[in-house]
Design a protein around this ligand. Structure first.
Ligand code: SF4
Length: 468
């Protein structure tokens, strides 16, 4: 049997795309093997969010070539999209395919089996207006299903290269989203995470449809218990979206809203489309309609021109927002972006000190958020055995408001809703006690195969850590 191995760098969208590419190989009868073993085909799904993303991508491509110099090496993803020539210059690379046309990967592999002539299959992404339809009916080693609903971004924040690697906003057809949601529920998933490059922008390129309408349609999918939005901009939380959040009991009490900076001057230089005042008013509204909501965020520290005074203001603003977790990224130059050309770059030492201050703040806020739930009973979907140790008798899972809970239970409950009382709050993990086990007879997901190999990079505007 022919074998294929994957390595994914970057964010959850890349992770999703790899799963979709794996489906195409699977349909052709391939077996998936570990990236470290000798495979017939290697697929490296690259990231270009920072200059380090490019470097790590090149390292993984070279590693694949070393593992089996006879193998077909296919490189896809964001770095492949922006720098195909650089990748094809690496001896041993056979195929470069960017962030579109992945459905053609199998014909290309067959062509390469006949004649080993390197193929550059990258096309101009800025001309693409269609959503690349790739289904993922099943996820390796995951209890939460990811459903990609949109691609691309029109924002052009000054630190971000993503629009150049992913193209402009494209939403997936509603029927296609709903069909996939039903398929995932039939496969046993109770939680779906809606994902994309600019997920909350879903529908902005459609005439009579919107994110709020999609959420209402998903709310009607029988058997689906939880809907989570991976990330949404404050400005995209419209009154209609707020209405669904408030009225649907499937919508998770958790929103990831990227702030990036808590100072108006920095926000302006980042070309973010809100002020701290607008952001704060949206957050306040959400808390009013969804008591106990967890709001997580991303922040970039040490953006060019960020003075001590601006950082202090940012810090205070974040403290006032009472986030339940912050993902803190030191600003990292990305060649080709306006911010990389800004003159007043910040010294690495200053950046690191600020990063540490914000990580401490995040941990304090995480703990105080978790403490408010001690004694309460929450619905938790266990994801795996605690610390990946089968037989420990302990399970780990997330509540709808994104508290990670560890509690005693049976492996058979993985992927199903359990009711758990929070007994002890912690920064990253809380302890709990089972109150009610899942109903018998539900499909369980504990015996899934090992997933594709993943390494997570930071991606501005996206909660890689929050949902992967
Ligand atoms: S940070 Fe997010 S919103 Fe801004 S350009 Fe990048 S992907 Fe778009």
């Amino acid at each position: 049997m022919a074998t294929v191995a994957f390595h994914t760098l970057g964010c959850k969208v890349n992770f999703y795309d790899t799963e979709a590419i794996w489906q195409l190989f699977k349909q052709e009868g391939y077996e998936q093997v570990d990236f470290e073993s000798a495979a017939d085909v290697y697929v490296v799904n690259t990231c270009t969010v920072t200059n380090t993303g490019d470097k790590k991508s090149r390292q993984m491509i070279r590693r694949a070539i070393r593992r089996n110099p006879e193998a077909i090496v296919a490189v896809t993803g964001c770095y492949a999209q922006t720098s195909p020539a650089e990748i094809l210059a690496i001896p041993g690379v056979d195929l470069v395919i960017g962030t579109q046309d992945r459905d053609k990967i199998m014909p290309y592999v067959k062509q390469l089996e006949q004649e080993r002539q390197p193929i550059n299959a990258v096309r101009n992404i800025m001309k693409t207006r269609a959503f690349e339809e790739l289904d993922v009916p099943d996820f390796s080693d995951r209890t939460r299903a990811f459903l990609k609903i949109q691609e691309g971004c029109n924002n052009f924040c000054t630190f971000c290269i993503i629009p150049w690697s992913r193209g402009l906003m494209r939403s997936r057809e509603p029927q296609s989203v709903l069909n996939q949601a039903r398929m995932l529920v039939d496969a046993g998933y109770q939680e779906i995470v809606l994902t994309g490059i600019h997920t909350g922008g879903y529908g902005e390129d459609m005439e009579d449809y919107s994110l709020a309408k999609l959420l209402w349609d998903l709310d009607k999918v029988d058997g689906l218990k939880r809907i989570r939005i991976s990330s949404i901009e404050a400005s995209q939380i419209t009154d209609e979206v707020l209405e669904v959040l408030q009225a649907s009991d499937k919508m998770c009490r958790h929103l990831h809203i990227p702030l990036q900076a808590g100072d108006d001057e920095v926000l302006k230089r980042m070309r973010r489309k809100y002020t701290t005042e607008q952001f704060a008013s949206k957050i306040e509204h959400i808390h009013r309609i969804m008591p106990g909501v967890a709001i997580t965020t991303d922040v970039i520290v040490g953006f060019p021109g960020e003075t001590d005074e601006m950082f202090r203001r940012s810090y205070q603003f974040m403290e006032q927002m009472k986030f339940s977790e912050m993902h803190v990224f030191p600003y990292s130059k990305r060649t080709g972006t306006p911010a990389a050309r800004m003159e007043d770059q910040i010294d690495e030492e200053i950046k690191n000190a600020r990063v540490h201050e914000l990580i401490d703040l995040s941990e304090r806020m995480q703990l105080s958020y978790a403490e408010t739930f001690v004694g309460q009973v929450l619905e938790v979907i266990p994801e795996r055995d605690y610390k990946g140790q089968p037989g420990s008798g302990l399970l780990m899972g997330y509540s709808d408001n994104y508290l990670q809970l560890v509690f005693e239970g049976s492996e058979d409950w993985i992927g199903q809703v359990c009711r758990v009382k929070v007994t002890e709050a912690g920064v990253n993990e809380c302890r709990g006690q089972l109150v009610r086990a899942p109903e018998a007879g539900a499909v369980h997901l504990s015996s899934r195969a090992t997933g594709t190999d993943v390494s997570v990079e930071t991606i501005p505007g996206q909660a890689a850590k929050a949902i992967v």
